[in-house]
Design a protein around this ligand. Structure first.
Ligand code: 5GP
Length: 192
């Protein structure tokens, strides 16, 4: 998606070789015009299954805005976002998964209330970033517990060099990333 790549080059800030900061349009201040275009692009990418999508799954907090705009392009299907919680709060009302956050360097439990995800639900996973794939794998784990089906996973930015995309594709998940970063080096961001 050229407009997105141009925006990343213009406004993205490289932190070392691993992290891309895009808080001026995606993660802190939100450019809603761009998010509307991103939502429409997800619809184009998943047009063959668009009529089958029942729900969009994401993880709080940064996935919510992207997922909500995507949902507008998928006939306003509901967005269900996994909440982050301490494992000690586990009970039977929730599906849980534990994921490693490489940016925060800690394990995080994510949970979705059982009443919001049912067997047979056909879902798209949508998130802002795909890095090591932990957040997406956690959502897949939760979907499996619920008996829900994941039709595919869409990401605004995939960092291709961190392996998450390969892990998801190995599991047979269809991945659509709107911008795939090949390398972050000397403050320069290059795309595949
Ligand atoms: P993963 O679970 O795939 O390792 O990482 C994805 C999650 O970590 C995303 O939901 C995103 O919030 C966060 N994340 C990973 N890498 C980056 C990055 O380079 N920049 C920002 N802003 N967030 C990131």
């Amino acid at each position: 998606m050229d407009v997105l790549k141009q925006r990343i080059v213009r406004d993205g800030v490289a932190l070392g070789t691993e992290i891309l900061k895009v808080d001026s349009f995606l993660n802190h201040r939100i450019d809603v015009g761009l998010l509307a275009e991103i939502g429409a692009e997800f619809r184009r990418r998943f047009s063959d299954v668009a009529g089958e999508v029942d729900k969009i799954l994401t993880v709080e907090a940064s996935g919510i805005a992207v997922a909500a705009f995507a949902a507008r392009s998928f006939d306003d299907v509901p967005v269900v976002f996994a909440k982050k919680a301490q494992p000690s709060t586990m009970d039977d009302e929730y599906f849980f998964s534990e994921i490693m956050s490489f940016t925060k360097r800690q394990m995080t439990a994510i949970r979705i209330a059982k009443k919001f995800l049912a067997a047979g639900d056909r879902c798209l996973v949508i998130d802002d970033f795909l890095a090591h794939g932990q957040a997406a794998l956690g959502l897949l784990h939760i979907a499996r517990q619920a008996g829900a089906e994941v039709l595919g996973a869409g990401f605004v930015i995939e960092k291709g060099f961190q392996g998450g995309g390969a892990k998801l594709r190995e599991k047979g998940v269809r991945v659509e990333s709107l911008a795939v970063v090949r390398e972050i080096k000397d403050g320069q961001i290059t795309f595949e």
